[in-house]
Structures are given as structure tokens and as C-alpha cells.
Design a protein around this ligand. Sequence first.
Ligand code: ZN
Ligand code: ZN
Length: 410
Amino acid sequence: MLTKKQMENFAELAVLVGANMQPKQEVVIRCDVQCADFAHLIAEKAYKFGAKRVHIEWLDEVLDRIEVQRASKRTLSKVPEYKTAQYKYFIKHKVCLIAISAENPNKFKGCKADKIEARQLAILKSRKDFRNATMSNYLRWTIISIPTKAWASQVFPDVSPEEAVDKMWDAIAHIMRLDTVEPTAAWQGHIATLHRRADFLNKHNFEYVHMRNARGTDLKVGLATDHQWIAAEEEGQDGIPFTANMPTEEVFTAPHNRKINGKVVNALPLVNNGNVIDNFSITFKDGKVVDYKAEVGYEALKAILSSDEGVLSLGEIALIGRNSPIAESGILFYNTLFDENASCHLAFGASYPTTTKDGNSLTLEQLAERGMNQSIQHVDFMVGTKDMDIDGITYDGKVVPLFRNGEWVI
Ligand code: ZN
Ligand code: ZN
């Protein structure tokens, strides 16, 4: 369990390092009703550091489940206008977003896949402009996590829900560097290491990244023209830095959506929309998925890959060493924020415009020309294993080792 002081440090990290809220700014906290206490602490800190107004966009995963069980598919396919209107307000008033991700990975267990998918697509569409505003760094944003009983019980099924929450807090304290004397300073040091690696990768301007391991992954991921590797701290369009994911261990960029070839096998389960997909492999040719298999959750994988045309290619490649505190914890969180920071990953769907030079000032056509993938989806899946080797290959064919046995060698 965290001390009161550690809890306060955590809330301050979210406001100051994560979203890097500026005085007189409006803040949106997006969180489940189960996380109300911590959301209130963040609100308290935001006002302390000069927020003009704090909004809370309440989520309610218990209601979500009731809705999927009881409402018609037609109802689920539409999002009420007042919800869409609030996103317009958020963009207009240039809020910063602090999202608390604490979803029960099994919240839709046993529910009908087509209803879950219809609901999810409707939500994605209603949030589209707001999501574009965050993905393009027009708005600064951050995602953090805290345990809930429902979620912690999935992660630690052998102990009581209360104990599970305690155990998860302990893990999060370490992963978030809240157990150090000066968490903010610890974060600054960590961010500097990640930036050094991103600089190395950018200097080489690799044409391909080649990943392989004993599970059967042998994948050549071409990188978008004028791609940029990004890590930890990014810059908002207004020039103010922020840290989108806390924790973050990744150095990532955009694949070229016509230059991906080979096969990739997942390393950790993919939890999406309350479904678990596992033991799956994907085969790519010239940037497109041409074949896929899954021993667990095939229908859910199929649903993801049917969302639109762009979801059949990749929008992100991210590199994470096996010695990151999350990977070392050995805990499977069933939550992307943690699990994607435990393992090298790829994402089906949209790329981040910021991962190509001046990406935010390019048209969709110009982005497409560079191989930047577009989709309404962005679904991360974990592929990094302890035996993974990764090389960078330059345009003139030079091979530079980046990972050996799952860890950085640069
Ligand atoms: Zn990522
Ligand atoms: Zn991602």
C-alpha cells in the first residue's frame, strides 16, 4: 500500500510530469467511478497548481456490462449527442487529459461479441476528433493506472480482492518509481536514458527493423519515410513537453504500411474490449495482414481486423528491454499501459503523426505517401520475448544490432 505522501507524489506526477498542466488550463480526468478517491486527489493537486476548472469524465464498467447485456445492438451503435458535444467543448477549450486506466479485463466476459464491437465502434467514432487532438499532440495528455478490486483480482486470483489491491499498489509503487526519495528526479533520469536511445536510432535512419525469436517471429518492419523515433517526453503542438504514458519504457516510431514482411507471434495475451486473445500469429506481405491464427479469442481478433482497411497494417513499432521494471516484475497486468511497457510491441491500425518529421503539418495524402498508416483503431500487441534479437538495417544495407536476448545493446 502507498503512504499518503507517495499517493500525493503520484497525483502530482500525473499533473506536472504527465499532462504538464499549465496554470489557468482546464483539465479532464477520465476515470471509472471506482477510482473516484484518486481522481479527487488529482483534482485537488490540479487546482493547487493553478487549474482553471477540472472536469471528470466518469466511466462505469458495471453499467457498461449491463448496457451490453440489456440494450439493443441498435442502441449500442449510437452515442448520445450530449456526449459528443462534450468532446467538442474539450477541444475548443484546449484541455489537458489525465486518463486513469483501470479496466477489469474481463468486464464483458460472456457477452455477445457483435454487441461489444458495435458499442466500441460507436464510441471510437464519437471520440474521433478528440482522439485526433490527443494523438497529434494538439492537446497534452497522459495515462496512468491505479488498482481496482475487480482488476487486481484478475491479476492476483489466489488472494482476497483486498490483498490483491495491496499487492498491485506495491508493484505500481516500484514501477512508477514512487519508492524513490525523489520520484520526479528519478523520472527525469529515466526520460534522459530513453531519449539517448531514440537519438541513436534517429541518427541511423534505418530502412528496416528485423525482429526474430524462437517462438517463430521473423519479421522485417519497414519504417515510414522520414520517420522519427520518440520516447517518453513528447512536445505538444504548442511546444510544451508532456509524458503521454506513465509508466513508459518504450522507444517507438511508425512502420511503413507497404513494407512489412514476414510472420510475428505474440508474446503476451492481447486484452481488447474485455476479450483475451492469445497464442496468435500474424503474417504480413507488402505491409498487409494476409493470414492470421489464434488459439484463444479468434473471433475477437477477427472483429478487430474487420474494423476498417487500415487495421490490416501496422501503425507503431515500439522497443522495450527485458530489464525494464515492468518486465522484471513478471506480472501480467492484462492492461495495455503496463503490458505494452513490459515487451516490444506492434500496433494494428493508426500511426501517430508525430512519428514522422513535421507530421502534424502534412495532409492525409502526404502522410499516406510516407507509409504512415491510418485507421480508426490503434491496438497494441506484445511481441518481445527474452530471446528476441533485433537489428536495424540502413538504406545501404548495413546491419546494426539493437537488441540481443531481449535487451538493448545500444
Ligand atoms: Zn506503444
Ligand atoms: Zn500503441
